[in-house]
Design a protein around this ligand. Structure first.
Ligand code: C5P
Length: 407
């Protein structure tokens, strides 16, 4: 996808071993459609060569405020004015200190100081040894630059190049890319607390067997990501799926429908939006055997009795919180035919303002889908697209409804 199409990013590298990750980051930004202008400090050029960065960005790299290639000899003005954002990755402890002081004796800090603050955002991806990170001077400087308008991204935790373990690693290129994409996303869900269920449930028969379904969780995870990018605080209650947790999303793993209900009931109390995408098993074995059910050679097959699972969506939609209009509930319906009729009936039956229909066999496990939005006013189709794009569209639709005055 071209999620950064039309965006021009100044990628600034200050000195640190994490510079090797910036080569990959540069590629990732360009792959998403951005143009990238690399600016490096002298220290950064000790870790990775400008030749590498020039080859990857397909532009000459800047490193000196005296660079005569610019007709007016003012690279700090020209480069900063062209940018949609300046991203410093890695941002060393020394560079944070320079920003905090407003230093301007080399090109990268000079162009940060010279940038028009009201229209050119500055994002910092800190990278340093854990002791440097934890030092009060660094934390004081970070607080200062944040107060001065910079966006300070998180650091990773783990093994460091110095052999120590702790906080201070630069985020991985993919994580930084996600942060940049999120940064540019309009914050239509700012202030909202969104709760999402995703994936299948697993209903145990015995300790080694159970009943589940083919839901991949992709749609719910895409919705959780899009909601977080749109500024919401997001909790994702996930059945057993092997998907990475979207950045910034709080994930709670569950197995059964009953566990999912318990987790949802706790978090629904604070939520303002509930989106139920999970394919919850309708029934569970009446008794889950504590021991593995053994084949005894007699040819007899076990007889399984079933009981109905709680309907999580309908339960939440009937809570005081939802009935008072403080929790906007969205349901999903996976159907095999007559989508509009079934989705409309399900919306009423579940008591939710918005129900999203899709054709089950066409969505399970797929990366793309088509949705049918049904509400009290009528219906609207979101034509076939990637689940990523559909999730973004759905989030926009929910934001419109959530912010619309109650009638
Ligand atoms: O009744 P049906 O399973 O078709 O309804 C689908 C919608 O209800 C989805 O939003 C699904 O997440 C939710 N659901 C639920 N708990 C159940 C069954 C379905 O939350 N036990």
């Amino acid at each position: 996808m071209n999620e950064l199409a039309g965006k021009h990013i100044v990628l600034g590298l200050s000195g640190g071993v994490a510079c090797y990750k910036s080569a990959e980051l540069c590629r990732a930004l360009i792959k998403e459609g951005a143009t990238v202008q690399v600016v490096m400090t002298e220290a950064a050029a000790q870790f990775i060569t400008p030749v590498t960065m020039q080859a990857l960005s397909n532009r000459p790299v800047y490193g000196s405020q005296w660079d005569a290639r610019e007709a007016n000899n003012m690279p700090h003005i020209n480069l900063s004015r062209e940018a949609d954002a300046i991203l410093i990755a890695p941002c060393s402890a020394d560079f944070v200190a320079r920003l905090a002081q407003g230093r301007a004796d080399e090109l990268l800090s000079l162009l940060c100081l010279a940038r028009p603050q009201d229209r050119i955002p500055l994002l910092l991806a800190p990278a340093m040894n854990r002791e440097m990170w934890a030092h009060p001077a660094t934390q004081r400087n970070l607080a200062q630059v944040a107060q001065d308008g910079a966006t300070v991204l998180a650091v990773g935790h783990g093994d460091q190049a110095c052999g120590e373990t702790g906080d201070g690693r630069m985020l991985e290129p993919g994580e930084l890319l996600d942060e940049v994409i999120a940064f540019f996303t309009p914050k239509v869900l700012a202030g909202q607390k969104v709760l999402v269920t995703a994936g299948p449930t697993f209903e145990a028969i015995d300790p080694v067997r159970g009943i589940t379904n083919h839901s991949s969780g992709k749609m719910g995870f895409a919705i959780a990501r899009a909601a977080r990018e749109a500024g919401a605080e997001v909790t994702l209650v996930a059945g057993p799926v092997h998907l990475a947790t979207p950045r910034g999303v709080q994930r709670i793993n569950v197995q059964s429908a009953q566990e999912m209900l318990a987790a949802v009931e706790i978090h629904a109390q604070q939520a303002t939006v509930f989106i139920a995408t999970a394919a919850v098993a309708d029934w569970r074995p009446a008794v889950a055997s504590e021991q593995k059910i053994k084949k005894d050679g007699s040819g007899q097959t076990p007889v399984l009795g079933f009981v109905e699972n709680p309907d999580i969506l309908a339960t939440v939609a009937q809570s005081q919180h939802a009935l008072a209009g403080d929790l906007f509930c969205v349901g999903f319906a996976a159907e095999s035919h007559d989508l509009l009729a079934h989705a409309s009936a399900k919306r009423v039956r579940k008591g939710v303002p918005l129900l999203v229909g899709n054709i089950g066999p066409a969505t399970f496990g797929q990366d793309d889908n088509a949705l049918l939005l049904v509400d009290a006013q009528g219906h609207r189709e979101l034509p076939r697209a990637s689940k990523r794009v559909l999730a973004q569209q759905l989030v926009a639709e929910i934001a419109d409804r959530r912010t619309a005055p109650k009638t």
